[in-house]
Design a protein around this ligand. Structure first.
Ligand code: ADP
Length: 467
């Protein structure tokens, strides 16, 4: 099998991947688009200053306004008009512009549709021996007191290459710091999450032996505690199943041994004493062999249901006919044993759709139990049906030993026995009720039992009549 990567390494890998992606994106955006962002910001700034100054022309403290706007936005402002009262220039680039250039700007601005213009590739040379400086100029024309007034705002553009290279070396340092922090963070997270996972995984190696107790798992997280609880419960189930398996093996071998002893004993007796070769003795051998065969059938059924579920073979049949059939199976036996066995059918005889063999198997099991769990008094058993609201209740009643309230929930469980000491059955195998429950569930039928200890038991299930 391919060796799997540990969760801790995966976590470090994911977090590092995230950091690299994040830093990479920031680096790319900053180095590639910084220049553009810078230009756009500068342009926005001179445009908004220009408009706001233009709006305030004529205010009494206009000069202060211009001064303040120039300082706070780090731009240079010049207001040009024929009327000297409004002619003002802050200390900056624009002051040194020749009138010829001012006129050129004024002309281009006037020609533009909305009386404003942006010059974004303007070169300004302070002195002939200096390199020209790159500036943005925004100009806006307005009319004030019937006089044309032009507001000019400019800003110098600094080359960003130095800034970008500073940023690059900063990114390098920040990235190293982030990678170290990520590894530390991943180790902390993995300690919080993975420690209980490791403990649970180590302990669960004992689960198959039913030895998981989960007490050594330390965790504050709800999910891990739930997982631990689930495993503790699974462990209890495994222990129960293990115990039940041992009990079943014990019971089944006991059930197998008794008829076998009888068969061997009677067989030897007939072989050694020819006068014992009577019909009665041979019948004992046949009966015991039949019991063995029923036991084996039940065991096969149970294991089939466990592995493949129940497969039903449904047919239509009249309910009364079915019950009469079952009744006749036991009639002779009960007469011979002086048992009062009767059949009570409801007046309507509905058509039902069931797996006949399986439903008979359930009824045999109910009746066998009624025969087995009898009290000393004269035994009375009733097989019957009665009409309920929209179903027919099929029941087996007996006046036997009854079932204690505390056991009623459990008798349908596999291998559950009320008696600690295992009894020998007249007929049947001893895993009958759980088999019956599986078959009834497969049919989707409601079922149950009513009982009073030392008085009676009444096992039943409800079948809907076919429309
Ligand atoms: P088994 O009969 O081998 O014990 P079942 O699954 O048929 O197995 O029954 C489970 C338990 O239910 C029995 O051990 C018995 O205690 C109780 N039980 C079943 N039917 C009756 C009954 N008619 N009267 C009293 N107890 C019963």
């Amino acid at each position: 099998m391919k060796k799997k990567t540990s969760l801790r390494l995966q976590l470090i890998g994911i977090l590092l991947g995230f950091v690299v992606l994040l830093m990479g994106t920031v680096y790319f955006v900053q180095t590639t688009f910084l220049d553009d962002f810078y230009r756009i910001n500068k342009i926005k700034s001179i445009e908004s200053v220009g408009k706001s100054v233009a709006e305030q022309i004529g205010d009494s403290d206009f000069e202060d306004i211009v001064e303040r706007a120039g300082m706070t936005n780090e731009v240079c402002i010049r207001v040009v008009s024929n009327n000297s009262a409004y002619s003002y220039t802050g200390a900056c680039t624009l002051r040194g512009l020749d009138n010829s250039i001012i006129n050129l700007i004024a002309q281009e601005t006037m020609e533009s549709a909305d009386g404003e213009k942006l010059f974004d590739d303007f070169r300004y040379q302070r002195r002939p021996d200096e390199n020209p400086e790159k500036v943005f100029i925004y100009s806006k024309f307005i009319t004030y007191n019937n006089e044309p007034v032009m507001v000019l705002v400019s800003t110098a553009i600094t080359p960003l290459s130095a800034t970008i290279s500073t940023l690059k070396s900063q990114y390098f340092l920040i990235s190293i710091a982030l990678i170290v922090m990520t590894v530390v963070l991943a180790l902390i997270i993995s300690r919080i999450i993975l420690r209980p996972v490791k403990q649970i995984s180590e302990e669960s190696r004992n689960l198959s032996r039913g030895e998981y107790d989960g007490t050594r798992v330390r965790t504050d997280s709800r999910e891990m505690s739930e997982l631990n609880e689930t495993l503790i419960r699974a462990n209890e189930d495994i222990q129960k199943a293990d115990k039940a398996k041992k009990e079943l093996l014990g019971n089944v071998s006991h059930d197998l041994r008794t008829p076998l002893t009888m068969i061997v004993g009677y067989g030897e007796m007939i072989r050694d004493l020819p006068e014992e070769n009577t019909e009665e003795n041979l019948n004992v051998i046949i009966e015991e062999a039949k019991r063995l065969s029923t036991l084996v059938d039940d065991l096969i059924d149970i294991s089939k249901i466990d592995t493949a579920g129940v497969e039903l073979n449904k047919e239509d049949i009249r309910l009364n006919a079915l019950l009469e059939d079952v009744y006749h199976q036991y009639q002779k036996y009960c007469e011979s044993q002086d048992i009062d066995f009767s059949l009570k059918l409801s007046e309507d005889d509905p058509l039902v759709n069931i797996d006949i063999k399986r439903i008979k198997q359930i009824l045999y099991n109910f009746i066998n139990n009624s025969l087995n769990y009898n009290s000393k008094k004269k035994q009375k058993i009733i097989l019957g049906t009665e009409k309920m609201d929209d179903v027919y209740r099929v029941y087996v009643y007996d006046n036997g030993e009854g079932i204690e309230a505390k056991d009623i929930q459990n008798i349908w469980d596999r291998y559950y026995k009320v008696d600690k000491e295992h009894r020998r059955h007249h007929i049947g195998s001893g895993i009958g009720l759980s088999l019956s429950r599986d078959l009834l569930n497969a049919h989707g039928l409601n079922y149950g039992v009513e009982s009073e200890p030392k008085k009676y038991s009444r096992f039943y299930f409800d079948i809907p009549g076919k429309q």
